[in-house]
Design a protein around this ligand. Structure first.
Ligand code: ADP
Ligand code: MG
Length: 224
């Protein structure tokens, strides 16, 4: 519909703008951080210094997420098995998850889930989704990942967590730039997911109720 078109146009303009601004911010930021680190070494009672450093690191996180939004990247499409991409991402997060009392469980209904994709971008999508699941479960819990084939030659990846859930009325806002309910969130993770999934002709949807865990469902076309 017209509304959806407008929203996606808005997204790409915001993305390009964000990446441009982030790029301009990065160099002076690196200089400032270098000096703050240097002064921190000279002054031992450096509570203010630590505060400055942690605020600078926050800006760094935001700018690096913003940079990946609109920057035209040399996209290299390859054939890849989603099982492997998800396994890599889970293995990357596992040490951190174990420390926080969280487990990933995986059930793949089949073995060949080949898609045509930019591998790192698809890994980025699942990294962002898994991180959100982990951040929703401060007391730990299970993250259940399912992979199956749909009726229309697509692959369906579902990620179910046991976290805090999302109030139903807020679901339509997910993926909006800077929309976050976290104190230290950037609200860019899902926006990046939406953008990458759209570039791969896929879809993403959310099912959740407050206090009831969240199910994220990603659909991607399978390669012939
Ligand atoms: P961030 O994680 O930096 O806040 P995101 O774009 O990744 O930004 O997510 C936006 C918001 O969506 C989060 O702040 C959170 O409120 C909500 N959200 C996303 N995934 C989940 C989840 N699995 N469980 C609960 N809330 C979630
Ligand atoms: Mg996030």
């Amino acid at each position: 519909s017209e509304e959806i078109l407008l929203q996606s146009e808005k997204l790409s303009i915001v993305g390009e703008l964000a990446a441009g601004v982030a790029h301009e911010i990065r160099n002076p930021l690196t200089t400032i951080k270098g000096f703050v680190q240097l002064y921190g070494k000279e002054d031992k009672s450096s509570e203010i210094n630590n505060l400055l450093l942690s605020e600078l690191e926050r800006i760094e996180t935001i700018t690096s997420e913003m940079l990946s939004l609109g920057k035209p990247q040399a996209i290299q499409l390859n054939r890849a098995n989603l099982c492997d991409l998800i396994d890599h991402t889970v293995e990357f997060l596992s040490p951190q998850a174990n420390m926080k009392n969280m487990q990933f469980s995986r059930s793949y209904l089949g073995t060949d889930f080949f898609i045509t994709c930019e591998k790192n971008q698809i890994k980025q999508v699942f990294l962002n989704i898994f991180k959100n699941a982990m951040e929703a479960m401060p007391k730990g819990g299970n993250i259940d990942i399912k992979l199956q084939k749909g009726m229309d030659g697509e692959c369906i990846i579902s990620v179910q967590d046991e976290g805090c859930g999302i109030p139903e009325e807020l679901l339509p806002r997910l993926g909006e730039p800077f929309y976050t309910l976290k104190e230290k969130g950037t609200g860019l993770g899902l926006m990046i997911c939406h953008k990458i999934i759209k570039q791969h002709n896929g879809t993403i949807s959310y099912h959740s109720k407050l206090d009831n865990g969240t199910l994220v469902e990603v659909k991607l076309p399978l390669a012939n």
